[in-house]
Write a protein that binds this ligand. Structure first.
Ligand SMILES: NC(=O)c1ccc[n+]([C@@H]2O[C@H](COP(=O)([O-])OP(=O)(O)OC[C@H]3O[C@@H](n4cnc5c(N)ncnc54)[C@H](O)[C@@H]3O)[C@@H](O)[C@H]2O)c1
Length: 340
């Protein structure tokens, strides 16, 4: 929970003029769509603990009022309300940030793309509701396959005439969290010393960790390098297999989702220098027909403030990137075609 504690300290330490001048920004209503699920429940709990969230709106096609009643007893200042299946529009009223973990998770042997048929329409319909009720909200997409669901959200908003590329994010934070954790173990330091920039997309070979850019990670070579890269790319499978049919990562994903939401809220509140990888509409590889890409993004009062270049890559990282791009392109096109 260190990221929440840090933001709380910052919120308290901010000069009062900023607190007052940004009072509208500080009234931050966050909605979780899919709040009754494996990710949605712990994510709702973590968001209830985030002092930057002033109001929490929990929606699901089943179970959200119960989750809301439970979470609402936690002794933090924010208000919590749950909404039943037929109350999506009410759930979205006045929200500034919408986090979407709605949809089915993987079972052993499935790829994220295998979820497309079910999750594409769920995400499309939720995005259409956001476009209608809260067209200025920031949308954080967790539902897989992220490489396709983010283009689906963007295209749905575009159709409704309200797409702003600064406000749509694919949450790839779990890859970043895993990379920091796995690399720290190998390097014998704490994860806070091994922040790893992970670029590309969010599925197997499209996940490209840039170990060379961290002073502790760059000395990992040879077999150890290949193994840790594979573990970062396919770490999700470890959880799917261990859960043996009961789903995929939920607790670490909730942590990652709350962490990314907190980063965005800090940026929206005017904090400078909030930079983290996220999958957004991006110019970096647009000339190759890949117009969504995850790289380090600076978050600010409008959402995406600045998309960073990848920086220098080793020959091995260049190879990983080359494997990523064609797969990512296919995933993005599949998402776009679904809405067209
Ligand atoms: N981005 C990532 O790194 C990452 C990591 C893990 C899982 N995921 C994805 O997150 C999604 C959710 O995973 P989970 O384990 O929480 O699944 P889950 O089945 O436990 O929960 C999903 C929830 O979504 C709800 N839902 C279904 N359709 C809905 C709709 N139209 N509106 C609102 N709610 C709806 C369900 O009722 C359920 O409560 C999956 O697609 C999974 O692949 C993403």
């Amino acid at each position: 929970m260190s990221f929440l504690a840090r933001s709380a300290v910052r919120a308290c330490a901010a000069p009062s003029s900023r607190l007052f001048s940004s009072s509208a920004a500080r009234l931050t209503k966050v909605a979780v769509l899919g709040a009754g699920g494996g990710i949605g429940q712990p994510l709702s709990l973590l968001l209830k603990s985030d002092p930057l969230v002033t109001s929490l709106s929990l929606y699901d096609i089943r179970g959200a009022p119960g989750v809301a009643a439970d979470v609402s007893h936690v002794d933090t200042a924010s208000e919590v309300k749950g909404y039943a299946a037929d109350q999506l529009d009410q759930a979205l009223e006045g929200v500034k940030v919408v986090v979407i973990p709605a949809g089915v998770p993987r079972k052993p042997g499935m790829t994220r793309d295998d979820l497309f048929n079910t999750n594409a329409s769920i995400v499309r319909d939720l995005a259409a509701a956001v476009a209608r009720v809260a067209p200025e909200a920031h949308i954080l997409v967790i539902s897989n396959p992220v490489n396709s669901t983010v283009p689906i959200v963007a295209a749905t908003l575009e159709k409704a005439g309200v797409f702003d590329p600064k406000r749509v994010f694919g949450v790839t934070t779990l890859d970043v969290v895993r990379a920091a954790r796995f690399v720290s173990g190998l390097a014998g330091v704490t994860p806070s010393e091994t922040p790893i920039t992970v670029v590309g997309g969010h599925s197997g070979p499209t996940i490209v960790p840039l170990l060379s850019q961290n002073q502790h990670a760059k000395s990992i070579t040879g077999e150890a390098y290949g193994k840790v890269v594979h573990r970062i790319q396919f770490g999700g499978d470890e959880v799917v297999q261990a859960k043996d049919g009961a789903g995929s990562a939920t607790l670490s994903m909730a942590y990652a989702g709350a962490k990314f939401t907190n980063s965005l809220l800090r940026g929206l509140n005017g904090e400078k220098g909030v930079v983290t990888p996220t999958f957004v509409k991006s110019p970096l590889f647009a000339d190759q027909g890949i117009d969504f890409f995850s790289s380090n993004v600076e978050l600010g009062p409008n959402g995406v403030e600045k998309i960073h270049e990848l920086g220098s890559l080793t020959a091995e990282e260049q190879k990983l990137l080359e494997a990523c791009l064609p797969e990512l392109k296919k995933n993005i096109e599949k998402g776009k075609a679904f809405v067209a």
